[in-house]
Design a protein around this ligand. Sequence first.
Ligand SMILES: NC(=O)c1ccc[n+]([C@@H]2O[C@H](COP(=O)([O-])OP(=O)(O)OC[C@H]3O[C@@H](n4cnc5c(N)ncnc54)[C@H](OP(=O)(O)O)[C@@H]3O)[C@@H](O)[C@H]2O)c1
Length: 242
Amino acid sequence: MKNVLVTGATSGIGLNYVKKNLNKDYNFFLIGRNFTDLKNYIKNKKIKSKIKFINFDFKKKIGLFNFNKIPKLDYIVLSAGIAKYNLIKDFNENIFDEVININLIQTSKFVGFLVKKNKINEYASIVVISSISGCKMAFKLNYAYSISKAGLKAMVETLACELASKYIRVNSVAPGMVETPLNKKLSNDDYFTKIDKTKYLLGKRYAKVKEISDVINFLLSKNSSFITGQTIIVDGGFTLTK
Ligand SMILES: NC(=O)c1ccc[n+]([C@@H]2O[C@H](COP(=O)([O-])OP(=O)(O)OC[C@H]3O[C@@H](n4cnc5c(N)ncnc54)[C@H](OP(=O)(O)O)[C@@H]3O)[C@@H](O)[C@H]2O)c1
């Protein structure tokens, strides 16, 4: 039985990862604010996994999270994140603080507490959801977002160095655009919607959530036992075109 913690487990990439793995012998500890979709999804299903829903808003201080609720973990998926766009000429301190706080500060503090409180088993694997924005290329409008994701790269590499003595691996997945609710808010006129889809060389389309979950599963599993501190880009070849 694996103890698996997922942040951002209520929507998009995190939710799909959970759905894909409900038939495994997992003890899930899912963090989010609104579990309606997942609860509806599992209502009449026979699932093998056990699930503990943990309602926690990442706007709160991480020190308020009750770490006693969770056992020592084998797999950790950090998918909680937000995207808010504006040009630097319209710099907005509230947007900047919110994006950096949720995506980078709270996520890295959370892992800090997990390590300090001895909540990660030897041979565990941690996967962070990053983005091509910030770790591979730059986009306008993405000032705070790309800074947050660039910071996650440093987090992954530093953790990988420090936790390797316990054979704990830490990696990230950097998607291009993925079909999730995060992008549904964008209108047809938005800069990101207007980016030429033919740049997504494989299929001229955004990634499906399953295509991200498959890489998360790979990085968590023993199939990637000698990979740590790395970022795997999953963008259908998009970054090859710029
Ligand atoms: N979709 C893309 O195109 C894309 C591309 C590259 C990278 N990513 C990254 O992938 C990750 C997941 O994104 P997604 O596309 O799956 O987005 P999503 O569908 O909007 O899901 C975001 C998740 O983050 C959680 N979250 C956000 N703010 C939170 C808060 N204050 N407290 C607790 N949880 C919070 C949400 O939980 P609640 O709904 O319960 O609040 C939700 O589960 C993010 O880190 C994002 O930056 C996405």
